[in-house]
Design a protein around this ligand. Structure first.
Ligand code: Q46
Ligand code: ZN
Ligand code: ZN
Length: 304
């Protein structure tokens, strides 16, 4: 098969819209799509400082690569979760990716910072639940302490579609009301703006783009992700996409049009400052400081 535009041998067959593209035209297509997503949802202004959270995996590596290529002012943050060999490998991939890009990389190691790695804390809380809480707190506070305007993460269309799908299956209307490509800055900037530049590209397209650009990434999954229900939801959506190309993007775009219906159910807890760290909290002490039993705030400011 040949490229739709230049008749060179095809590098990829896209299913929606259906077309064959050579490597060069695929890169162009992908970059244009991400640029349009950033503009459509008004994610970033050209002069903003953006912190990209890089895990070592493909999605965040591609996010950093493309934001740099589109001319944004980015720095990267890797959070080493302290999950044995998996985390060591992830960190070395994040380093390699940022070196190749020529972008500054900051590293925060959970075990050094908090005494224990993810998976080592004795708690009834599920591992992924306190892992998520820890990551979200660290990248937000790191961005806030260092004056970043936005945090960019690597969530792609498959992640978003499966997240919405699973939350609909459980009617978690609170989560649905807050889900989207951009979360604006709140609480006097203490909650830094979050953006997802890969919101409209599929996982398959991200893999192909990484391959086309020689981006190396960690392929192993976190040991705690085994059996996660989100993987099942992704499989179901992939089957549907196979039968009806466009299912995922139409589902997510339809959701965004109807999201206001869930907003009526939003019971926003009144936020105040955490007694320990001063960050926004619904109780006297925020969930991060409470979980890690902190008595002092953590200062993430980088000496320059
Ligand atoms: S939440 Fe759970 Fe992930 Fe943390 S413990 Fe691993 S699988 S890394 S996205
Ligand atoms: Zn071509
Ligand atoms: Zn706190």
């Amino acid at each position: 098969m040949r490229c739709k535009f230049c008749k060179k041998p095809a590098f990829i067959k896209l299913h929606y819209p259906k077309m064959y593209l050579c490597e060069e035209h695929f890169k162009e297509y992908f970059e244009r799509k991400v640029k349009r997503t950033i503009e459509r949802y008004k994610m970033l202004k050209p002069d903003e400082r953006v912190l990209v959270v890089v895990s070592g995996g493909k999605d965040s590596a591609v996010t950093a690569y493309i934001l740099k290529k589109l001319g944004y002012n980015i720095e990267c943050l890797h959070i080493n979760l302290g999950i044995g060999e998996y985390s060591e490998k992830s960190e070395s991939y994040a380093k390699k990716q940022c070196e190749a890009l020529g972008v500054p990389l900051h590293i925060v190691r959970v075990k050094e910072l908090l005494g224990k790695g993810i998976g080592e804390v004795r708690t009834r809380r599920p591992t992924c639940s306190y892992c998520g809480l820890t990551k979200r707190y660290i990248f937000n506070k790191f961005a806030y302490d260092n004056g970043f305007d936005a945090v960019a993460t690597g969530h792609n269309l498959d992640d978003e579609a499966s997240f919405i799908f699973s939350n609909m299956m459980h009617w978690n209307t609170q989560y649905l009301a807050k889900q989207g490509p951009v979360t604006p800055s709140q609480f006097n900037g203490k909650l830094v703006k979050k953006v997802k530049p890969l919101y409209e590209v599929t996982e398959r397209e991200v893999v192909a783009y990484a391959l086309a650009n020689g981006i190396e990434y960690m392929m192993e999954e976190c040991p705690y992700s085994v059996g996660a229900t989100t993987i099942e939801y992704k499989e179901i959506l992939n089957e549907m996409e196979e039968k009806r190309p466009g299912t995922k993007i139409n589902f997510v775009k339809g959701f965004l049009r109807k999201r206001h219906l869930f907003e009526a159910e939003l019971q926003e807890a009144e936020l105040r400052e955490c007694r320990v760290c001063g960050m926004p909290s619904s109780g006297e002490v925020c969930s991060f400081c409470r979980f890690w039993r902190l008595e002092e705030p953590i200062d993430f400011r980088v000496k320059r």
